[in-house]
Design a binder for this molecule. Structure first.
Ligand code: C2E
Ligand code: CA
Ligand code: CA
Length: 404
């Protein structure tokens, strides 16, 4: 019946649903009035009225339990039928923590209904099902998020550096700053786990600024290490800093980070801000963002290139400095012709837009050789160097210097 009807007219005294029945839809009251009641020891207990603009019947859908009360139309009503899927599909898309909170709220609501049945003969608490898997994920997420707030205060986040080299001469061009979280119980937590959590809270802003602070503090020390090892690039290298989609939308951000850089008496072009290609979907935002970043003197790289769906015209307008080829192409290019063709295509796109190219995820000598043959300018990957704590960088630069 519901398949054909969106709005129904229901006459006074009709019972919409009974307590204990399966619930397949909710209702939005457009006009009229619906009374909600429960039956206790054969007596009707009035719980409340639902009037125009209000929803009823959603509880059974949220917690997948039978109707918690009876709904009776007490004034002729026009009702909008809200199908189960309209609610359940939205619920499924929610963050697991919110899904769990909804389940808990439904659970408590039903518990409260039980206590309304004052004269109930059995005093036993009703048993309701809370999805243990969902509860586990929700609790884990909330716990990790709470730890992350503390981690920022306790200085548990630190910046590691992964070298980026010039593929021709195998000299190095810069470093990428990659965050690590040294969790007191879990050990090192990778950014893939906690950046997405930070992005859901205001923490991401503070973390972003912390990374810049750390980078500008480390930069002169990096210059010193290079000089000590006789590397003439000490004045030219940059540090790539990843930027989250959330930060892309924040307007006053560049001034703040430009101030951090100039306070450290550095030029903003030592920082290359990396935004992922998937962020280009909101192209007008990103274009504005890149323009603003460049007007403050920052360099800009488009990260994970080849995995998103950006159109070439986007690139034309972006005026970024660098394209970073996603590591999946580097991983596959020796085995799959398509991946190699993709690398070739990206190289030629970058050339026509006057951008330089960094290939990510180089793990073998043959990958490095092929990338170099295909015309990639720069590369990074475990073959060249893992992301390292600052103290290990000096040793790394030492071993590289010997190879030259
Ligand atoms: P990304 O920007 O694409 O960073 C490169 C990732 O590839 C890093 O993972 C790096 O450790 C890894 N990698 C480097 N070389 C190789 C290799 O040869 N093989 C393989 N398999 N992997 C390699 P990581 O450090 O786990 O970072 C993951 C992502 O987290 C980064 O991806 C970036 O999107 C994000 N991230 C890291 N630090 C920050 C940060 O400070 N702020 C923001 N917003 N995001 C960050
Ligand atoms: Ca990156
Ligand atoms: Ca990347």
């Amino acid at each position: 019946m519901l398949d054909d009807l969106e709005i129904i007219e229901v006459a006074k005294d009709t019972v919409l649903f009974n307590e204990g029945e399966e619930g397949d839809c909710a209702y939005l009251v457009e006009s009229g009035r619906v009374e909600i009641s429960i039956t206790d020891m054969g007596k009707k207990v009035f719980l409340g009225s639902v009037t125009p603009g209000e929803l009823l019947g959603e509880m059974a859908i949220i917690d997948n339990q039978p109707r918690s009360a009876t709904a009776t139309v007490v004034e002729d009503a026009r009702l909008h039928v809200i199908r189960r899927e309209q609610i359940s599909q939205r619920l499924e898309k929610l963050d697991p923590a919110m899904q769990h909170i909804f389940q808990l709220m439904a659970f408590r609501f039903r518990g409260n209904l039980e206590s309304v049945r004052r004269s109930h003969t059995s005093r036993e608490k009703p048993e309701y099902y809370i999805d243990p898997e969902l509860r586990g994920r929700a609790v884990e997420k909330l716990r990790l998020e709470a730890d992350l707030w503390a981690a920022v205060d306790h200085g548990e986040l630190s910046v590691y550096y992964q070298p980026i080299i010039d593929l021709d001469g195998a000299r190095f061009a810069g470093f990428e700053a990659l965050l690590r979280w040294d969790h007191p119980e879990r050990g090192v937590v990778m950014p893939g786990v906690f950046i997405c959590l930070a992005e859901e809270t205001p923490l991401i802003e503070g973390i972003g600024e912390m990374v810049i602070e750390q980078v500008v503090t480390d930069y002169p020390r990096l210059q010193q290490i290079l000089e000590d090892h006789g590397d003439s690039r000490q004045d030219e290298f940059y540090v790539g800093v990843n930027v989250s989609p959330k930060q892309v939308n924040s307007l006053n951000r560049f001034q703040r980070i430009a101030d951090i850089v100039s306070k450290a008496e550095l030029s903003t072009d030592v920082i290359k801000l990396e935004i992922t290609e998937s962020q280009l979907v909101e192209i007008t935002h990103v274009m504005e963002w890149v323009r603003e970043a460049k007007s403050h003197g920052f360099r800009v790289a488009i990260d994970d290139f080849g995995t998103g769906y950006s159109s070439l015209s986007h690139l034309l307008h972006l005026k970024a400095d660098t394209l970073k080829i996603d590591r999946t192409f580097v991983r596959d290019m020796l085995r799959h012709q398509q991946a190699e063709s993709m690398v070739r295509a990206i190289v030629s796109i970058a050339r026509s837009f006057e951008m330089d190219i960094v290939a990510e995820g180089i793990e073998t000598q043959s990958q490095l050789a092929l990338l170099s043959r295909l015309g990639c300018d720069y590369g990074q990957g475990f073959l060249i160097g893992h992301p390292m704590q600052f103290d290990d960088l000096a040793k790394w630069v030492g071993t590289r210097a010997i190879q030259h």
